[in-house]
Ligand binder design. Structure first.
Ligand code: ARG
Length: 464
């Protein structure tokens, strides 16, 4: 215990007269999860040391020693030989302690004009910025993969649903491109949040700034930040940028989850619209016939986990007085897990998009079953001069008759159809076909194969 305390006391100071218990030590330590920030911590420290030397706060020789020590620490971490000590509480103290072991007094000078409060805020911002870049790249890969799928099926007809009832025929390509739009907005949202993430807290020190003649803009530039945080209290304490990222990540997962729900449903033998390649599915330990869409199901489940992290972070922040409080140490695990979950999910979905087989015949049969062209018939009557509400009524009667006869609208004789409106002529059958129906919706945002092609070109342009 004495031995452990002496190590601990070194990290702190002579201020303390008794050691913390092992339980308190474990309770307050973060090294086991925040060591993930190590490379960002080193990057921030190097930029800080560079500025301290440029400002004459430390010597160039000290700066060179710090760089030498940090290079070795980096190598040790990469090789897995770096010894992380619980006694040293967190990633920052572990690295600083090792630096001092390696380079002596220069290592002890690194923390001049700095606090772990602005240090950790900087590390997290660097981490979130990198995470955003990864997420955006993967969103774009997924958009590319879904666009490929859309291209293969630009004119494959399926029923479009509202209320999960067959509504109107659409093209499968159009359906896929709906998700391409959603993931496109998700990428925009991430990049928008990035602007607010990309500001430098360093220089705020513990909370009030520092008495040393620092140059914050120099550090900001060195680290690729677009600006500095303009208030030291705000800089060390708020984690709104992490919340914003997690909110954007929650929306990514919400879209993934909607898609998952459809994939699961489409793969059910009762629907039979698609098959998902075996490598994304698993069997049952008891039912030999089963092939389950585990990947989309799990993604749907993991969405809840990311929403939970958003709620955690919002709650973490809400009661904190200015400035830094130790509560903020709890920002890391939800954030890290959000990043891991979203990145893995996007990777696997990009891959899975290439493993989706479309069962076009089943889609077509389903589209033929639900009077999907009823609106087309109403529009036809309107074009012949009938007010839309009257046309709606006439077609409703026709659908009812089809229902009792067990036939589709397109299977009724012209004579029968004319019973519902004398405006109907034999050109009606072109309108009642699935192909005619989709092709007629030929405007920006419509489901016509022609428009699907144009939309694909537009997306390809964005992805270039
Ligand atoms: N591990 C701490 C965190 O994650 C670092 C900052 C500690 N600052 C302090 N004043 N105790 O927030």
């Amino acid at each position: 215990m004495t031995e452990q305390f002496s190590k601990k006391a070194e990290a702190w100071s002579a201020r303390f007269s008794e050691p913390v218990s092992d339980l308190v030590k474990r309770y307050t330590a973060s090294v086991f999860f925040d060591k993930r920030l190590a490379m960002f911590d080193i990057q921030g420290s190097l930029a800080h040391a560079e500025m301290l030397a440029a400002q004459g706060i430390i010597s160039d020789a000290d700066r060179a020693e710090i760089e030498r020590g940090m290079a070795q620490i980096k190598a040790e971490i990469e090789a897995g030989s770096f010894e992380w000590l619980l006694d040293l509480e967190d990633v920052h103290l572990n690295i600083e302690k090792r630096l001092t072991e390696l380079v002596g007094d220069a290592g002890k000078r690194l923390h001049t004009g700095r606090s772990r409060n602005d240090q950790v805020a900087t590390d997290i911002r660097l981490y979130v910025r990198a995470a955003i870049d990864d997420v955006v790249a993967l969103l774009n890969s997924l958009r590319g993969a879904l666009t490929d799928l859309a291209e293969r099926h630009f004119d494959t007809i399926m029923p479009g649903f509202t209320h999960l009832q067959v509504a109107q025929p659409i093209t499968f390509g159009h359906h896929m491109l709906a998700y391409v739009e959603m993931f496109g907005r998700d990428a925009e949202r991430m990049l928008d949040a990035r602007r607010r993430v990309n500001r430098l807290p360093l220089g705020a020190a513990a909370l009030a700034g520092t008495t040393f003649p620092i140059d914050r803009l120099r550090v900001a530039q060195n680290l690729g930040f677009e600006d500095v945080c303009h208030n030291s209290l705000d800089a060390v304490s708020d984690r709104d940028f992490a919340i914003e990222f997690t909110a954007a990540a929650s929306l990514v997962m919400m879209h993934v989850s909607r898609m998952s729900e459809e994939l699961v449903m489409w793969m059910s033998p009762r629907v039979g619209f698609i098959d998902i390649a075996d490598r994304f599915c698993t069997g049952s330990s008891i039912m030999p016939q089963k092939k389950n869409p585990d990947v989309p199901e799990l993604a749907r489940g993991k969405t809840g986990r990311v929403y939970g992290h958003l709620a955690s972070l919002l709650t973490l922040m809400k009661g904190q007085p200015l400035a830094y409080n130790k509560d903020n140490q709890e920002d890391k695990e939800p954030l890290f897990d959000t990043v891991d979950t979203v990145l893995d999910t996007l990777r696997i979905f990009t891959d899975m998009a290439g493993g989706i087989t479309v069962k076009a015949d089943n889609m077509r049969a389903a589209a033929l079953q639900g009077y999907a062209t009823a609106t087309d018939l109403a529009d036809y009557l309107v074009k012949k001069g009938l007010p839309f509400r009257d046309a709606h009524e006439a077609v409703a009667h026709a659908v009812r008759a089809c229902d009792s006869a067990g036939v589709d609208l397109s299977e009724m004789s012209l004579e029968t159809l004319r019973g519902f409106s004398p405006l109907i002529e034999d050109d009606v059958f072109a309108v009642l076909t699935l192909e005619g129906s989709v092709a007629a919706r030929d405007h920006v945002g419509g489901t016509a194969p022609n428009q699907v092609r144009k939309a694909i070109e537009r997306v390809r342009g964005q992805l270039k």
